[in-house]
Design a binder for this molecule. Structure first.
Ligand SMILES: [Zn+2]
Length: 377
């Protein structure tokens, strides 16, 4: 972890320049008290914020599962049924690498050692992404401006869909609750084959300017993309016809894309999450911490296996409030976060199951497809 970085501190201005300066209101005591209580929890329970043994163990298990699924798919699968099952397993296990290992590493939440975080974050290269562009897109832009229309690039898929009440509605959005699921499955292909190249070529993600990768960052970018190309295409094509390789790439990628998107839309793009806008000068009415809590909804908090698989991303409010604490601690932190939110009148919502969260997202898509006029807030 970089020195001086506070556990819940994403409230400082990111290094990149943005077209519109969004400023949060000063903390009125909620964030300071929440951090005090969570720090006290770690002191009294002697839990480790990072370098947790559970994290190292699950990383080995997940990487081994993905490696074995790939090896069986490339070298052992004989029938279509075996191939489809292994491609689906590969897609899911690759998503788990992202949720658990890469996501914590990218947030400096895996370890107190920067080099371990860099290795964990770098696993994104193996599955087709780039830890460089992800740091800009997710750690900086999404976490800083989450659910702010025009700022959070994750909620902008215009013109394909309408996620926010402040976005323009087009006539075909009335069917978005039907067709959007197909496009969610394409997200992995977009990420692996287009987005990263577009971001670094344009030097921009949405309205946010980003620094282009320099020297070692560019070397790492090229190594990651080359490694992925070898794993996904070059090695399999040495043993199988091109069309067969592309077919299983599409199956695994579609499973990966759908899994990935469902975990990230469920906490933010539902009716219980809010979509506040800054004032004309860019000023937000609320502090950074109150904003994070207001736009994020937990789901399936009592489902231990799901929590393990999703890298604690079902405890999404805890993640957004404390992005640099390792996710294996979120279940133990949740009661403190919930209690503090309730005492300070800060929203604390959850969906009881993953399915309930997905159903809520379906309803939100339907509502946004119907709504013609933007509400005041
Ligand atoms: Zn995150």
């Amino acid at each position: 972890m970089s020195s001086g970085q506070a556990d819940g501190d994403a409230s400082s201005r990111p290094a990149g320049s943005v077209a519109v300066r969004v400023e949060y209101a000063k903390d009125q005591g909620f964030h300071a008290e929440l951090r005090r209580r969570v720090n006290e929890l770690f002191l009294t329970t002697r839990m480790r914020k990072r370098d947790c043994w559970q994290m190292y163990l699950k990383s080995i298990l997940i990487l081994a599962t993905a490696g074995v699924a790939w090896w069986l798919l490339v070298f052992k699968a004989d029938t279509l049924a075996e191939g489809l099952a292994l491609a689906a397993l590969l897609g899911v296990s690759v998503a788990l690498i992202g949720f658990n290992i890469q996501h914590d590493g990218g947030h400096n939440a895996y370890s107190d050692h920067a080099w371990i975080n860099r290795i964990a974050a770098g696993t994104l290269g193996l599955i087709g992404g780039s830890s460089y562009t992800w740091r800009w897109k997710h750690t900086i832009i999404h976490h800083m401006y989450v659910n702010i229309t025009g700022q959070d690039n994750d909620i902008n898929i215009s013109p394909l869909g309408r996620f926010s009440p402040h976005q323009k509605r087009l006539w075909f959005h009335r069917w978005q609750h039907y067709y959007m699921w197909v496009f969610y499955g394409l997200e992995a292909f977009k990420l692996q084959l287009f987005d990263d190249f577009r971001y670094i070529t344009m030097g921009r993600i949405g309205r946010h300017r980003i620094d282009r990768p320099m020297r070692w960052e560019m070397v790492n970018f090229v190594i990651g993309k080359t490694a992925f190309a070898c794993i996904a295409f070059v090695v399999p094509m040495l043993f199988h016809p091109v069309l067969v390789v592309l077919f299983y790439y599409v199956v695994a990628g579609w499973v990966l894309g759908l899994t990935m998107v469902l975990v990230f839309v469920t906490p933010h793009l539902v009716d219980k999450a809010q979509f506040p806008l800054p004032g004309p000068t860019g000023r937000m009415d609320r502090s950074w911490a109150v904003h994070q809590a207001s736009v994020t909804v937990d789901f399936a908090r009592r489902k231990g296996v799901l929590t393990w698989l999703l890298g604690g991303l079902n405890y999404h409010k805890e993640h957004h409030l404390f992005p640099v604490i390792c996710h294996v601690n979120y279940p133990a932190m949740a009661a403190t976060v919930e209690q503090t939110c309730r005492e300070f009148g800060v929203p604390y919502h959850e969906h009881r199951s993953f399915a309930a969260g997905i159903a809520a997202h379906y309803r939100w898509l339907r509502t946004m497809g119907k709504q013609v006029r933007s509400p005041a807030t």
